[in-house]
Design a protein around this ligand. Structure first.
Ligand code: SF4
Length: 314
């Protein structure tokens, strides 16, 4: 079981992604609060801490926290936009603190699209430099990507670009866009994906990655859009393995424990044989009301096969 604790360490960023799901409030976690959280983490026996949103590398205490966590034998990783890590002297401070894993967020292999989505010139070039720096220092890198209208038709090309240029990257994560908390501007709302286009491209991409023995996960995508790869759904995995997750927010939500993974349902879900292991449709009523899910028919054995594959995975 991989129970994960996400800790927001600050709420400001040096990119301005249109679809960012955590608006800036300029809060920072204090060093004392951080120590309290670590003690709580140890008592709960969680597997990983992830330092995240907005941009953890903008917190001057980050190397100190990573170092402290390592001393306590806690696995930790960061999710980053790569802006700070494009500076080799900065990323060396993370390496010295024994950071072993970074998730970098790349939205497209096309410079103009990535820079448009981050609303930050040079973010693409800096991100590629950051990946180079991390790999040079033997820090493991994994790739995160938010599926959206502007990249949904070339997820496969973006993935192949990374595999060709950075063959040491072995794990990919796609998150379906979370519109609930993002800016409600015209541009932000224009990023909502078309599932009918995205799923075909995503299934092609997963087929390719599987052929290269790489691994991947997909979040917030109903599993009727990823048949054959249901085991890669983060929610399905959590349902099957009874995993939980804690998120420490730097706003009124404070510390929030998630034990249930079910989103909303469509009428089609009622007769679907995958229902008990599918989370349904995230934010269906408010945003994804245009999504047409398809009820699935499969035998008991087929479903058991999906479940046992998930149980066998780490
Ligand atoms: S339960 Fe609903 S969303 Fe899930 S696979 Fe079935 S039809 Fe799709």
């Amino acid at each position: 079981m991989a129970n994960i604790w996400y800790i927001q360490v600050n709420r400001f960023c040096n990119n301005q992604c249109h679809f960012c799901s955590n608006t800036s409030n300029w809060n920072n976690i204090t060093f004392e609060r951080w120590l309290e959280l670590i003690d709580d983490f140890i008592s709960r026996k969680y597997s990983w801490i992830i330092f995240t949103w907005w941009e953890p590398t903008l917190s001057p205490d980050l190397p100190k926290w990573i170092d402290y966590a390592k001393q306590k034998n806690i696995n930790c990783r960061i999710i980053s936009n790569g802006m700070m890590c494009s500076n080799i002297d900065y990323i060396k401070t993370l390496k010295t603190a024994w950071l072993s894993l970074i998730h970098f967020s790349l939205y497209s292999y096309i410079l103009e699209i990535h820079d448009f989505l981050t609303d930050t010139p040079w973010s693409y070039k800096k991100l590629l430099k950051a990946i180079q720096n991390a790999l040079k220092l033997w820090i493991r890198v994994q790739l995160n990507c938010v599926i959206n209208k502007y990249n949904q038709n070339h997820l496969d090309k973006t993935t192949k670009f990374i595999v060709n240029n950075f063959p040491d990257i072995k794990h990919f994560v796609w998150n379906n866009l979370d519109p609930q908390m993002m800016r409600q501007t015209e541009i932000a709302l224009s990023t909502l994906p078309d599932f009918d286009i995205a799923w075909k491209n995503l299934v092609r991409t997963m087929t390719f990655l599987e052929s290269t023995w790489r691994t991947f996960r997909v979040e917030r995508l109903p599993i009727c859009f990823m048949r054959g790869f249901e085991r890669a759904s983060t929610e399905t995995r959590k349902i099957v393995k009874h995993e939980e997750r804690i998120v420490h927010f730097l706003d009124s939500r404070n510390t929030f424990q998630e034990l249930e993974w079910e989103h909303e349902r469509a009428i089609e879900c009622e007769k679907c044989d995958l229902k008990s292991i599918c989370a349904g449709i995230y934010e269906k009523k408010a945003y994804y009301n245009y999504v047409k899910v398809i009820s699935q028919k499969l035998s008991k054995e087929e479903k058991e096969k999906i479940i046992s594959k998930i149980k066998m995975d780490e």
